[in-house]
Design a protein around this ligand. Structure first.
Ligand code: GLC
Ligand code: CA
Length: 535
């Protein structure tokens, strides 16, 4: 199980209201008690924070708000001592406009060699005042920004698939390739066990800059040339002792194209956004699970199961709505939500995902049952998606609210006692019931459910990767076995269903009702006689 730490919001060691490495080090015991195998850290590099650190100004250092490189090294060592592996987030598609290469490109004016490291192009129209293409950015809005030449006159435009503060690198340039291989080495040399690759499908662009047209190859998504980059990275990772993993952020509706990233000489794993967006519905989930497993089988890569991350609506909230799917395009705020229902389903989904074959990613706070915070005052919202979408998309702040650790009122132990600054986003008052402290020792809490489930998962060789098979089940019920003796049954129907008579319940996501499995509840069972399990 890989746990995603979003450093800004995990724990604040120095009391400035922003999470940091000191805070993470002080809370490593929580992660060890949860039973995590690895931690993935969202970016912690020096950054102007135009996109919360996904705008990197220096790939080989730590932003002072988070701490120092020395502290990061200490954290890596401490995690390793606890048997926890470390994954860092590398952002290769773009950097920050404060990155020295981009600054040199701007300062050097037209013809500066540094401009070849990015996508500088003249504008269209007689005065060059039209952008080179009409591409729409990944956060909505334009993808080109015009520069001003050193002499003050309007100059060329540069490409940015995200915000204007995130200029895209030109991956056709050998210096860009060499630079990132060196960045990988920098972190591998510091003992890092894996790299999460941001926006992994976007790096290569069609240099002829065609418009995006239906039935035409896309100008920047999933171009074939991107695979050569990951083959080189794989060779590099394989050259290190031990296992060094490459994990791609690949948003790709086509499962076949997705699996191409996982061929044996490319990435080790990629996030399964199909599952993250899937409805709480038996046939949709079954189709997603089957499709995922069959796409991964030919490339022999482990599947991944992801319910939440720092970019999407927390699944306690998603599952509490009439439409339980996730998509950036859909309306995401001001929708009636039943948090009790969402929580019940999230508990069942935890047992489902933790018993499917492959790796599970847990986003910080998911183990506390946190919901999406939807009432963050406009003035406090920081995610650029909010403004760039013309305040149509609520942005991603609602899943990034600082974690509640202990106590009855904000900052709930997120910052040390006596901290003068409030947490960088306000925490809901009713999170007093969802602090790690309040949930510890409460057998009905989300935290204890995660702890128990992960304990079983780590101890049982049938779980994790390996053998899987569906079992017959009534309508609205998912039932599958792992190995011969382990079974998971999830009831998504409206009425209780009988539990299998021949299994011993190991763990349930909610109270079992006298031999019945209530709606929106999952149970793990062990066959009394393993030979029976296949019937
Ligand atoms: C990825 C990150 C997201 C970021 C974007 C641009 O999608 O997960 O948080 O805004 O890339 O780097
Ligand atoms: Ca801090």
């Amino acid at each position: 199980m890989i746990y995603q730490v979003y450093p800004r919001s995990f724990a604040d060691g120095n009391g400035d209201g922003i999470g940091d490495i000191a805070g993470i080090r002080a809370r490593l015991d929580h992660l060890a008690a949860l039973g995590v195998d690895a931690i993935w850290f969202s970016p912690w590099y020096p950054s102007p924070m135009a996109d919360a650190g996904y705008d990197v100004a220096d790939y080989r250092d730590i932003d002072p708000v988070f701490g120092t490189l020395g502290e990061a090294e200490a954290l890596i060592a401490e995690a390793h001592a606890l048997g926890i592996r470390i994954i860092v987030d590398v952002v290769p598609n773009h950097c920050s406009d404060a990155h020295p290469w981009f600054q040199a490109a701007l300062a050097g004016g037209p013809g500066a060699p540094e401009r070849d490291l990015f996508w500088f192009r003249p504008g269209r129209g007689p005065n060059g005042d039209q952008p080179p293409t009409d591409w729409v950015g990944e956060f909505g809005g334009p993808t080109w920004t015009r520069t001003t030449d050193p002499d003050g006159s309007p100059g060329d435009w540069y490409l940015h698939l995200f915000t204007a503060q995130q200029p895209d690198f030109n991956w056709d340039h050998p210096r860009v390739r060499a630079e990132f291989e060196d960045v990988l080495r920098f972190w591998f040399d510091r003992g890092v066990d894996g790299i999460r690759i941001d926006s992994a499908g976007l790096l290569v662009k069609d240099g002829t800059l065609p418009e995006t047209l239906p039935d035409r190859p896309h100008p920047f998504r999933d171009l074939d040339g991107v695979h050569e980059i990951y083959r080189a990275w794989r060779r590099l990772a394989d050259g290190y002792p031990g296992d060094r993993a490459l994990i791609g952020e690949v948003w790709m509706p086509d499962r076949q194209r997705f699996a191409n990233y996982l061929r044996p000489d490319e990435l080790h794993a990629a996030f399964n956004f199909d599952f993250l967006g899937c409805a709480w519905d038996t046939s949709a989930l079954r189709e997603c699970i089957d499709g995922t497993l069959s796409a991964h089988a030919p490339v022999a890569a482990p599947a991944t199961w992801v319910l939440s991350n720092h970019d999407v609506t927390r699944h306690v909230t998603r599952y509490g709505r009439a439409d339980t799917t996730f998509s950036f395009a859909a309306k995401r705020e001001g929708i009636p939500t039943d948090l009790e229902l969402g929580t019940r389903r999230a508990r069942a989904a935890a047992l489902l995902s933790l018993s499917l074959p492959g790796a599970v990613y847990v986003y910080q706070g998911e183990e506390l049952g946190l919901y999406e915070v939807e009432d963050i005052p406009y003035a406090l919202r920081q995610d650029p998606m909010w403004e760039r979408s013309g305040r149509v998309d609520p942005g991603r702040d609602g899943c990034r609210v600082p974690l509640p650790w202990a106590g009855d009122e904000p900052p709930f132990g997120f910052s040390p006692d006596g901290a003068v600054a409030a947490p960088w986003l306000p925490q809901p008052a009713d999170w007093k019931d969802r602090t790690a402290q309040a949930q510890t020792g409460d057998p009905n809490s989300m935290l204890e459910l995660y702890r128990s489930a992960i304990r079983v998962r780590r101890a049982d060789p049938a779980l994790g990767d390996g053998d899987f098979g569906w079992l017959p089940a009534p309508d609205g019920v998912l039932a599958f076995r792992r190995g011969a003796g382990f079974r998971c049954v999830v009831n998504l129907a409206d009425a209780p269903v009988p539990l299998p008579a021949d299994g011993e319940p190991l763990l349930a996501s909610g109270p079992l009702d006298d031999g019945l499995l209530p709606p929106d509840t999952a149970v793990w069972l062990r066959s009394v006689d393993p030979a029976d399990a296949s019937h």
